[in-house]
Design a protein around this ligand. Structure first.
Ligand SMILES: Cc1cc2nc3c(=O)[nH]c(=O)nc-3n(C[C@H](O)[C@H](O)[C@H](O)COP(=O)(O)OP(=O)(O)OC[C@H]3O[C@@H](n4cnc5c(N)ncnc54)[C@H](O)[C@@H]3O)c2cc1C
Length: 403
């Protein structure tokens, strides 16, 4: 790896083995794994780290249980079953990356069903995937919201963790901060050679043996700038809902619905003043893209009022967030079953498709680099350049609370 003086505004030169575009969960997990494996790796980020989908995620480390709802388990969806244990090892400091400083919001999630759904779900609870993973929870052991006398459904516990996405980004970024450059733009791409303008205005001429695109929604523009039309991307929009004020406790729970998607998925966080926030996704967020923000809030209120009528709704404050999931294009816009990587002429385009699948994606990419004998240059300090900060979580930004 070679460098030149970064103080003057002429192009500085930086040669690395691998460049990664995008500092969400995918890019940061790969950065950590590739550096450990001995590749001189540089990550480029245009915003703050985690600023894309990652900070909007509900932080659920799925193990695939919900695929059993459809009864349509495929070989590829089985890759997700191993994920909770891989993450747990990392959280304990014994895994492939060190997440021991990350925050586990909950060791398990709850699933609850309404009485009308119980008979239709009997196949689900009897299935091979679900047996041993989900246990029925006795009334006294349930979260307080489900101990109310008016609650008539059943509650199950699923031992898959829920994480604070911001703390995961932090845990991955801090040890690798010197290898992360905050950039404004990329220009003059030719083969494996391109220029970037760093956030402080410095110009860097970068040469890399491999380029990895993990820029989420930004992959499409990067591919275009690089003269590529493959792979194609699909966007699946969501309108998520946040609510605070008068909430009894933090909750991590899915209300089972009639489809593969939970009717509503509730995870929790805290705003800057320490108030509990419920973050609402699931079918509510998928269907919500057809609604205005006011209509979506009104729908969310009705859903909670019908599912938990005993809550005090008078002090609640609401907000919605529009965010697209970026994924490889699928037939009829379906959700992909596993993580995705595609290589064409030294550019590897990636989408993890789920936070939980970031380890799977990094493994696939690493195997590909090893198979192709990509160079591992001698270790060298990175030069000084602009670094990216870490994005706030949406509920911590006061201007998002418009209602
Ligand atoms: C509302 C919501 C809830 C979700 N909940 C869950 C969940 O509970 N569990 C789960 O497993 N998955 C969940 N997901 C999916 C998961 O969040 C995503 O699959 C994952 O975060 C994608 O990570 P990523 O790193 O590919 O992309 P992103 O997080 O989008 O990161 C891409 C990064 O690239 C940067 N970038 C863009 N353009 C450029 C460029 N030209 N140059 C350099 N950098 C660039 C962006 O600023 C961004 O930081 C959820 C998704 C959403 C939207």
């Amino acid at each position: 790896m070679t460098t030149s003086d970064s103080k003057n505004k002429k192009a500085n030169q930086l040669n690395v083995d691998v460049v990664i575009f995008g500092g969400g969960i995918a890019g940061l997990w790969m950065l950590a794994r590739l550096r450990q494996a001995g590749y001189q790796t540089l990550l480029l980020e245009t915003e703050s780290l985690g600023a894309g989908q990652t900070r909007y995620s509900q932080g659920i480390i799925h193990g695939g249980t919900k695929y059993a709802l459809t009864g349509k388990l495929t070989a590829s969806s089985e890759s997700i079953f191993a994920m909770p244990q891989i993450w747990r090892d990392c959280l304990e400091g014994n895994g492939e990356v060190d997440l021991s400083s990350a925050t586990v919001l909950s060791e398990h999630q709850y699933m609850w069903s309404t009485p009308s759904l119980m008979s239709r779900l009997s196949g689900f609870f009897a299935s091979r995937v679900v047996r041993g993973r989900m246990v029925a929870v006795k009334k006294n052991d349930r979260p307080a919201v489900f101990q109310n006398k008016k609650f008539k459904g059943k509650v199950y516990r699923l031992d898959e963790p829920v994480l604070d996405a911001g703390s995961v980004i932090n845990a991955l970024a801090v040890p690798n901060v010197n290898n992360i450059m905050h950039i404004k733009s990329m220009t003059d791409y030719y083969d494996n050679n391109f220029k970037v303008t760093a956030a402080n205005g410095d110009i860097w001429n970068i040469i890399a043996e491999k380029i990895i695109l993990s820029a989420g929604k930004g992959n499409a523009d990067l591919l275009k700038q690089m003269g590529r039309s493959n792979p194609e991307m699909q966007l699946r929009p969501l309108q998520m809902v946040m609510v605070r004020g008068g909430l009894p406790e933090k909750l991590y729970a899915h209300c089972l619905g009639a489809s593969v998607n939970p009717r509503i998925t509730i995870t929790s966080g805290e705003d800057k003043q320490g108030n509990i926030v419920w973050y609402l996704g699931g079918q509510l967020a998928e269907d919500g893209v057809q609604r205005t923000a006011d209509e979506q809030i009104s729908k969310a209120k009705k859903e909670l009022q019908s599912l938990m009528p005993w809550l005090n709704f008078s002090d609640m404050q609401w907000a919605t967030l529009n965010i697209d999931r970026a994924e490889p294009k699928q037939k009829e816009g379906q959700r992909p079953a596993t993580s995705f990587s595609f290589e064409e002429k030294n550019i590897i385009t990636t989408w993890p498709t789920k936070l939980a699948l970031a380890p799977n994606l990094a493994n696939d990419v690493l195997k590909q680099l090893e198979k192709q004998n990509v160079s591992k240059s001698a270790a060298m300090e990175m030069p000084e350049f602009s670094h990216s900060s870490i994005a706030d979580l949406p509920w911590q930004e006061e201007d998002k609370w418009q209602h």
